[in-house]
Design a protein around this ligand. Structure first.
Ligand SMILES: O=C([C@H](O)CO)[C@H](O)[C@H](O)COP(=O)(O)O
Length: 210
């Protein structure tokens, strides 16, 4: 099991400073959607240049033009790029095809997918690398989490790795780990803490021993 740090509410210098604090305790650093909107793919490029040994995920949440957008994120240095599960199969196929050419990985974000089990089965057959259940900020504000969705996709996904994101904290991590995802994604659960390094270290310990 691996740990991904999601950076959403920061600019590029703040993002680099945060990663410098916790780099030894994470496997993947995510340039979050709000950062890409504010700073562009330059944020991905600068992060990869500053931390070449970390995998960088570009959370583009692609909805159309899968091949083209994966190509641009790859050129910026992204190792993993996100596509939305609600997008058309042709978009996901285009993203997967381009990622294979560039030796990159595709993560499908299942945010807002209604029949999660059925769609996870379909997406798994398209050859993606990760399928991620996700309660976004708006869902979190309504008290939702994705723990049950993780159990649901684990029943049907045979090829892709599974991931979970959305409001995960040190206190809820043991419950998440019980469902055995391949990747746990944490944003505010680390970035919102006083001692970010200690929190990331503790999370890494739990994730590694799972
Ligand atoms: O993808 C995310 C969200 O949609 C904002 O872009 C976050 O990176 C994801 O939810 C993880 O962050 P936390 O919920 O703060 O753990």
């Amino acid at each position: 099991m691996e740990l991904q740090l999601a950076l959403d509410l920061v600019n590029i210098p703040e993002a680099k400073q945060l990663v410098a604090e916790v780099a030894e305790h994470i496997d993947i650093v995510e340039i979050g959607t709000p950062v890409v909107i504010n700073e562009g793919l330059r944020a991905v490029k600068e992060m990869k240049e500053a931390f070449p040994s970390l995998r960088v995920l570009a959370d583009l949440k692609i909805m159309d033009a899968g091949g083209y957008e994966v190509m641009k994120a790859s050129e910026a240095g992204a190792d993993i790029i996100t596509v939305l599960g609600v997008s058309d199969d042709s978009t996901i196929k285009g993203a997967v095809e381009e990622a294979k050419k560039q030796n990159k990985k595709i993560m499908v974000d299942m945010i807002n997918v209604k029949d999660i089990e059925e769609r996870a089965k379909e997406i798994d057959a398209l050859g993606v690398d990760y399928i991620c259940v996700h309660s976004g900020y708006d869902h979190q504000a309504a008290g939702k989490n994705s723990f049950e969705e993780l159990t649901a996709i684990k029943r049907v996904v045979k090829h892709a790795k599974t991931a979970i994101a959305g409001g995960i904290k040190l206190s809820t991590l043991p419950e998440v780990i019980k469902a055995n995802p391949d990747l746990v994604i944490v944003g505010g659960g680390i970035t919102g803490q006083g001692d970010k390094k200690a929190t990331a270290a503790e999370m890494q310990k739990l994730v590694r021993q799972a």
